[in-house]
Design a protein around this ligand. Structure first.
Ligand code: FA5
Length: 340
């Protein structure tokens, strides 16, 4: 029995897992276990020996049972410690950033311009990108075969439908909607298409923002005043604007607006060219024929309109060197401006 105890305790101490302990339990205390067979053999012993051996056997069984329980607890504790260690969370580690999107630079500049004009009482309109020949040209005083149609190389879909070449059709559409009665004060951002060859400052797909203000007594000085406020708010108080005579069939007189820029400062250095001025929009007083065709009496109403290119404006404001960057979907370019 002493030997059984001695060996059992040693085996228990060395056991490495619960399975090994179970095997030890069976081999000693099980039906065919060593202690069990000692107890079974008691019948063969003499009367005097029986109680002595019985007591020792019971004691040995208790000692082994205790040792087994103790070892089971130890192993369970080790397993728990291991698990806790594996699942430990170090709250002092830096977080892993979750990549998030952000508005496209072009969307941001359009929203900024929208906010400026909303602040001056303009409403925002949207119109169809697939436009009729009538609204894109005829309603804007550009009849069939008018040479000025060549100024805008167009993508035709059918004889009568095309991808709009500018946002100006929304002048005619909005005036029609207002039925020649109410004042119109709107801007309309949107995508336009031209068969231009792509280069650093030209894209075959780009955006424009149209502006139209029609009311009684709207004058050229109102146009100049609004554009001046717009330029200063967008680019800074030190900027100046300059209007140059130009030609559009739907405005008379027509102008192009330049904004002053440093010839080679930080912003838009290459877009600024060498003159210190850069053109950002076309504008003018709405042509009487255009008012008339849209149902407004030119003897009562007058108005101004303008059309600008937000890509060129964003290039100037954020120093973007190539207009194609807006359309390449290169995340390295786009994410630079998420905080801007
Ligand atoms: C027009 O499209 C006129 N509809 C603007 C207008 C509206 C005049 C209302 C008078 C009254 P223009 O073709 O110049 O004009 O284009 C206007 C602006 O669009 C330009 O100043 C420029 O900023 C931008 N733009 C023109 N072509 C391209 C192009 N291929 N890529 C990028 N931007 C362009």
């Amino acid at each position: 029995l002493e030997e059984i105890r001695h060996k059992a305790i040693q085996h228990i101490r060395e056991a490495e897992g619960l399975k090994a302990l179970q095997d030890i339990r069976v081999s000693i205390l099980g039906k065919k276990g060593s202690i069990t067979s000692v107890l079974r053999g008691m019948g063969k012993l003499s009367k005097e020996e029986r109680p002595v051996i019985g007591e020792i056997a019971n004691e040995v069984r208790n000692v082994i049972t205790d040792a087994l329980e103790q070892k089971v607890k130890e192993l369970e504790q080790i397993a728990l410690d291991k698990k806790l260690q594996a699942e430990a969370i170090d709250v002092t580690l830096p977080g892993r950033p979750v990549p998030t999107g952000g508005p496209h630079l072009l969307r941001k500049i359009i929203e900024e311009i929208e906010d400026l004009f909303i602040g001056m009482g303009f409403e925002i309109k949207e119109g169809p990108i697939v436009e009729t020949d009538y609204y894109n040209f005829e309603a804007l005083n550009l009849p069939q075969n008018h040479p000025a149609r060549d100024m805008q190389d167009s993508f035709y879909i059918t004889n009568d439908l095309l991808l709009r070449t500018h946002t100006s059709p929304m002048q005619a559409r909005t005036m029609r909607e207002y039925k020649g009665e109410k004042a119109v004060k709107m801007i309309c951002p949107g995508i336009v298409y031209r068969r231009d060859n792509d280069d650093a400052t030209h894209s075959h797909q780009f955006t424009q923002i149209e502006g139209l203000y029609v009311d009684k007594n709207v004058r050229m000085s109102d146009l100049k005043g609004i554009l001046d406020v717009f330029a200063k708010k967008l680019f800074g108080e030190d900027r100046e604007i300059r209007l140059r005579p130009s030609f559009f069939p739907f405005t008379e007189p027509s102008v192009e607006m330049d904004i002053s820029c440093k010839v080679c400062g930080g912003d838009g250095c290459s877009v600024c060219k060498q003159t210190g001025w850069i053109e950002i929009l076309g504008a003018g007083m709405v042509h009487p024929r255009v008012l008339e065709m849209a149902g407004y009496d030119p003897k009562v109403y007058s108005g101004f309109a303008f059309g600008m290119g937000p890509e060129r404006i964003a290039m100037l404001k954020y120093g973007v060197q190539d207009i194609r960057q807006f359309y390449l979907n290169d995340k390295r370019f786009l994410t630079q401006y998420h905080q801007a």
